[in-house]
Design a protein around this ligand. Sequence first.
Ligand SMILES: C[S@@+](CC[C@H](N)C(=O)[O-])C[C@H]1O[C@@H](n2cnc3c(N)ncnc32)[C@H](O)[C@@H]1O
Length: 243
Amino acid sequence: MDSKDYWAIAEHDIEIQNPVTDRKLRLLDDYCDIRDGLKVLDAGCGKAWVMLQWAERLAIQGTGLELNPHFLEQARRKSAERGLSEKLTFIDGPAQDFSPEPASYDIVMCLGASFALGSFAQAVDWMAAAAKPGGTLVIGDLTLKHHAPISRPDLHLPDDARDTIGVIERHGAEVSALISASDADFERYVSHHRHAVLRWARENPDHPEHANVLEQSRIDWTFYLKTIRPYLGWTIFVARRDG
Ligand SMILES: C[S@@+](CC[C@H](N)C(=O)[O-])C[C@H]1O[C@@H](n2cnc3c(N)ncnc32)[C@H](O)[C@@H]1O
């Protein structure tokens, strides 16, 4: 099964497609100094929960980049239902195919999709280039929980939050705030995936991709239990672009 279809099944039940709760995401209002007139770019926006709730309350102009047609359809439908189509534009395709006008966005966001822009450092470069001087970068990603050295090169673990801040700051932005998923937040996020897939499998026993979907879910669930749960967290870094 195409991974886009798999993720549409696994993320069927959730609107926020990262481990952070809605309550924590609302901290971005303050950390991004959100107000009328801002131009926002969201790479890998998924169902675009953050931009939708900003556009509902404020006169922002948002652009979402997304390649999964299931999520795009949902983002566009919700935007239309809430009368926000004038404020939000969704662009279909790989984020890297979009060439943002340099230094033109007040907020450049990428939650859980830095890989869509290359390495983490390349994602920060791409985002910093699109942001106005003094604009805000919002990047959420996996982080190593503890700095204590873990000798597991086989697991390809990411940096911890401190080293990730170092990468962002060497790439042209100063980190001013962090929002982290708790272990319980991450457990809830992954459990939603597992629960939705197992329900789909019960409801679609004759689907030609039945076994593949279950196998992918087993891999993801095992990755969570063996690697994420003991070693990893998930943090949003809010940073101000130099200038
Ligand atoms: C973990 S989800 C996060 C979605 C959303 N940012 C959120 O936090 O709710 C990652 C998203 O990136 C999208 N994605 C993956 N590769 C992409 C690419 N090359 N270009 C654009 N979007 C991509 C996926 O389809 C998915 O919607």
